[in-house]
Design a protein around this ligand. Structure first.
Ligand code: HEC
Length: 183
């Protein structure tokens, strides 16, 4: 048994050595995620308008951001490192703020959530975290929730991240795939 545990520990170490990892987010003693500061400075990887997928969520303007260390790793490798954090920010659209005569721009925040490659459900897994406005910590959303099934079903081929809506990442992954690996 002891030998098996050692073998497993060795395998885990080998995995974490080969998979690029970043420092990633911190967690408190209860396993709540500490909400990263300055998320508004993170690179934007996707914006969507009026995407309907969860029943009548209302018409929203969404922005998806990726933490800067993971962004750099993604550009270099085309892969999300362990520790990657994506933030979804949902805002109400507003209309006709002068001088605009049409179109829509970002209004108040409706909600934010995080998608984190924290491997808390096993190697390579991601966890969703929800948090109230201004909160310092966020709660893990249970794996039984629809967040996981929809992301698995429609984005399972891409690390459960909706790459089909994030062209800058898709382009970066394409470039990384055609860049010879440095020895
Ligand atoms: C029916 C499908 C569906 C469900 C259910 C769903 N999402 Fe998503 N999610 C999407 C789509 C599509 C996007 C693409 C970006 C957008 O919405 O603007 C997305 C993007 C995201 C992102 C940005 C990073 C990424 O992984 O692409 C986060 C964070 C996120 N969702 C959190 C959640 C949380 C939390 C829940 C559950 C409370 C949830 N989602 C439920 C479809 C879904």
């Amino acid at each position: 048994m002891k030998r098996l545990i050692l073998l497993l520990a060795g395998a885990a170490a080998a995995v974490s050595l080969t998979a690029a990892a970043v420092a990633g987010p911190s967690f408190d003693a209860e396993g709540k995620i500490i909400i990263p500061e300055n998320m508004d400075r993170w690179p934007t990887v996707g914006t969507t308008y009026a995407l309907q997928y969860e029943g009548d969520g209302g018409t929203t303007l969404n922005t998806v951001r990726l933490d800067p260390d993971s962004y750099d790793t993604f550009v270099a490798t085309g892969k999300f490192p362990v520790g990657a954090v994506l933030q979804l920010e949902v805002r109400r659209p507003v209309e006709e703020i002068a001088p605009a005569k049409g179109g829509k721009t970002q209004g108040a925040v409706v909600g934010r959530s995080l998608h984190v490659k924290d491997e808390k459900g096993g190697p390579g897994t991601w966890t969703f975290y929800g948090f109230a406005a201004g909160a310092k910590t966020g709660n893990a959303i249970p794996r039984s929730q629809a967040c996981y099934s929809c992301h698995d079903q429609h984005a399972g081929a891409h690390d459960t991240v909706f790459m089909q809506f994030y062209p800058t990442l898709a382009e970066a992954r394409e470039r990384a795939a055609h860049t010879p690996a440095t020895p």
